[in-house]
Design a binder for this molecule. Structure first.
Ligand code: NAI
Ligand code: PHE
Length: 356
């Protein structure tokens, strides 16, 4: 026990963020961790992830990394907010009355932070969970529209990815036009399924892989997409590979197998390790940094609920993701760096210091 506490504290000691709030929920043996990475530009914003971890230390590792990612995401998107993230490290996925009671206790913890940290949906949490938090704290984005929230952020995330794919094709292939291009969408969930519709509308040839075969079949019926086996994704020939499922899909194992000039998709934490950015560059593959191309969801939640944007403003800001990526690509070429490094440099410059 002592050594695991030491290793968790070591992670915090090496972290560039401001505070880690920790709470142990005795009733359910759930660790609640809230990582407040940066409030330099405004309140720390980022979703709440509900997950079973192999140990509390792994949950700490995840929350620290994800909170820093949100600081970069908000800064790159030009939002007046900082970055944070929360994880509820549950022993098993809670349901029914137990889930509701846990969320109410968690909501009260969020409320004690008085808006320094503002949460929203993330892995395994949804608008329904945000509605529960909303009963005890005003600091939850993404409640359902019937409860005064802005609902799912997935469609705006997909629209941002679509703008990002166009900008990436313009840079790597000479034209943003997607007609006749082959795009492989990995993950046909909330984001991926909307993205598929946008790509099909443009006349792209869309390939889709999902562990849930019925989701692929539904898109086959609606748009005539071509199914791809999930295991075949890395070796599939395409113009654009759009990861829209899980993280860590770009690694020393998968990058040599990729047969595409562009990787541009919604998934968070696509690089398995930092070195993968350089592996992609060396392979001549243009990589759209995930925290930039997937910021449509943050623009939707924060823009609509905190900044009072109307639909036209939100749509213009989501479209701006394309221009931001173009700027990043030019800088990466000019500086001789990876696109990931160029994006981080630009985000940190917006933060006004190297502390975050
Ligand atoms: P989702 O849970 O609705 O959909 C994910 C889909 O991926 C599911 O259909 C699942 O069956 C599939 N999948 C999982 N593992 C797979 C694998 N190995 N191969 C193929 N398919 C697999 O999630 P959502 O909301 O569509 O998000 C997708 C990604 O985008 C996630 O990484 C999420 O963190 C990220 N993201 C989502 C945002 C949002 O607004 N929803 C905002 C920013 C990032
Ligand atoms: N969790 C989502 C993301 O990674 C959406 C989110 C953004 C949630 C901002 C809360 C605040 O972008």
């Amino acid at each position: 026990m002592t050594s695991s506490i030491d290793s968790a504290l070591g992670l915090v000691a090496d972290w560039s963020g401001e505070a880690l709030v920790s709470h142990h929920d005795r009733e359910t043996r759930t660790w609640m961790f809230v990582g407040i990475h940066s409030t330099r530009l405004g309140p720390a914003c980022g979703g709440t992830r509900l997950r079973v971890y192999s140990s509390p230390t792994e949950a700490v590792r995840d929350v620290l990394r994800l909170a820093e990612g949100m600081t970069l995401k908000c800064a790159a998107a030009g939002l007046p907010t900082g970055g944070g993230k929360a994880v509820l490290a549950v022993p098993a996925m809670p349901t029914g009355a137990d889930r509701r009671a846990l969320l109410l206790r968690y909501g009260r913890l969020i409320d004690t932070l008085r808006g320094t940290y503002r949460t929203g949906p993330d892995m395994n949490t949804s608008a329904v969970d945000m509605d529960v938090l909303g009963e005890v704290t005003p600091y939850a984005f993404g409640r359902s529209p019937g409860n005064g929230g802005s609902g799912s952020s997935a469609p705006d995330t997909a629209r941002g990815v679509w703008h990002g794919i166009r900008a990436s094709c313009a840079h790597a292939l000479g034209s943003p036009d997607l007609a006749g291009r082959t795009v492989l969408v990995q993950g046909a969930g909330g984001v991926g399924s909307v993205l598929v519709g946008l790509l099909a509308r443009d006349g792209a040839k869309v390939l889709v892989a999902d562990l849930a075969a019925e989701r692929v079949r539904e898109l086959e019926r609606r748009y005539g997409v071509v199914p791809v086996e999930p295991d075949d994704v890395p070796g599939t020939v395409c113009d654009v590979y759009a990861p829209c499922a899980t993280g860590a899909v770009l690694s020393a194992a998968t990058i040599p197998a990729l047969r595409c000039p562009v990787v541009a998709g919604a998934a968070n934490n696509q690089l398995a390790e930092p070195e993968d950015a350089e592996r992609l560059r060396a392979a001549g593959i243009l990589y759209a940094p995930d925290f930039v191309i997937n910021s449509g969801g943050a623009l939707h939640l924060i823009g609509t609920e905190m900044l009072g944007w109307d639909a036209a403003t939100l749509s213009a800001r989501v479209a701006g993701i394309g221009a931001t990526l173009t700027e990043i690509y030019h800088h990466a070429d000019e500086w001789g760096t990876t696109t990931e490094e160029a994006a981080e440099t630009i985000a940190r410059a917006r933060l006004g210091s190297a502390t975050a």
